[in-house]
Design a protein around this ligand. Structure first.
Ligand code: PSU
Ligand code: MN
Length: 309
């Protein structure tokens, strides 16, 4: 096997130093920046998320592949590149060897980010909404690779549930089957991404970052196969998208995607963009409120976990 001087996953100096001294680090994904949010707002959001993590005393580690190099922790210029470059690919876990070998630049989804973060030694990750089982899955078998990676990766993901464009009960069922631990943060129901609640009850609820850190430590102590902990953190009711507007525009979006024959990796960005247009930006505000809250909570959980030993 050829030996390379370069590590396969490159950590920024700041992230590497934080991991070495056991300081809290929060991974942030880049697909939400390059494919999930409209430009130029996406760059200010990317910066803002990093600042939120820092304000809580943790180090942000935004993840992407640049010219074939997987990176955990980006410089300001690299962050700008991810936000501005129109040719960024969307990379899931399975795309990583391709992007590396073919020296491609791409944004990492939850699956690719969770994988790279875990390889780097980062235990906590914040995003908007996870991928999951799509409506119509009985026909097209579209289940996000996020679920498969999370079923095999020791990482805590703070999210506002799964995207409401999905079949939420089917996604929760798959998470149970695949051994992904799920708790709702200060809620009795699973959040609905743009909405405070999906209406689906959850079995477990926690009240504090310390409880999340204790669950992580208990999982470490139990050992066995790696799997993720999902901390589902609802967007506050005051900042959610109007549920009636949500349901109406989502129905239109799904019909439009069907008519246009959109499928595979393109379907999630298509539906999210349709919602932004169809709600005159209101879905974007709800999405951002969710992501901000998740970055903050993730930093607090990372700090509580780092303080444990
Ligand atoms: N959360 C958001 N916006 C997004 C995503 C998450 O608020 O755009 C991205 C994540 O990167 C997630 C991906 O992994 O959407 C899911 O895509 P797919 O359904 O193709 O697996
Ligand atoms: Mn898919």
């Amino acid at each position: 096997m050829p030996m390379s001087a370069e590590p396969a996953v490159r950590l920024s100096a700041e992230v590497a130093a934080a991991i070495d001294r056991g300081a809290p680090v929060v991974a942030l994904e880049s697909t939400i920046i390059s494919h999930g949010l409209p430009r130029p707002r996406n760059l200010s959001v990317a910066r803002e998320l990093e600042e939120i993590v820092r304000a809580e005393g943790a180090v942000p580690a935004t993840t992407a592949v640049l010219d074939g190099v997987p990176r955990v922790g980006l410089s300001e210029a690299e962050l700008e590149h991810v936000a501005a470059e129109p040719g960024m690919r969307k990379l899931g876990r399975r795309d990583l060897p391709l992007a590396v070998a073919l020296r491609v630049s791409g944004a990492t989804t939850v699956s690719a980010t969770a994988f790279l973060a875990a390889r780097a030694g980062v235990r906590v990750f914040a995003t908007g909404g996870l991928g999951g089982v799509h409506r119509g899955w009985t026909e097209d078998q579209d289940e996000s690779a996020d679920l498969d990676t999370l079923s095999r990766t020791a990482i805590t993901v703070v999210c506002a549930g799964v995207k409401s464009i999905l079949d939420v009960p089917a996604t929760l069922q798959r998470m149970e089957t695949r051994g992904i631990t799920v708790v709702a943060y200060r809620s009795d129901t699973f959040p609905g991404f743009y909405l405070n609640s999906s209406g689906v009850p959850v079995d477990w609820r926690i009240e504090s970052p310390g409880e999340a850190a204790a669950i992580m430590a208990a999982g470490d102590a139990l050992g066995g196969d790696d799997a993720a902990l999902i901390v589902a953190n609802p967007v506050p009711v005051a900042e959610q998208l109007d549920p009636v507007l949500h349901d109406r525009v989502l129905a239109e979006a799904l019909a439009e995607a069907g008519k246009a024959g959109i499928s595979g990796q393109a379907i999630t960005p298509f539906l999210l963009q349709y919602l932004v247009n169809g709600t005159e930006g209101a879905s974007l505000e709800a999405n951002l409120a969710a992501v901000r809250g998740n970055a903050r909570l993730a930093a607090r959980i990372a700090a509580a976990y780092a303080a444990k030993d």
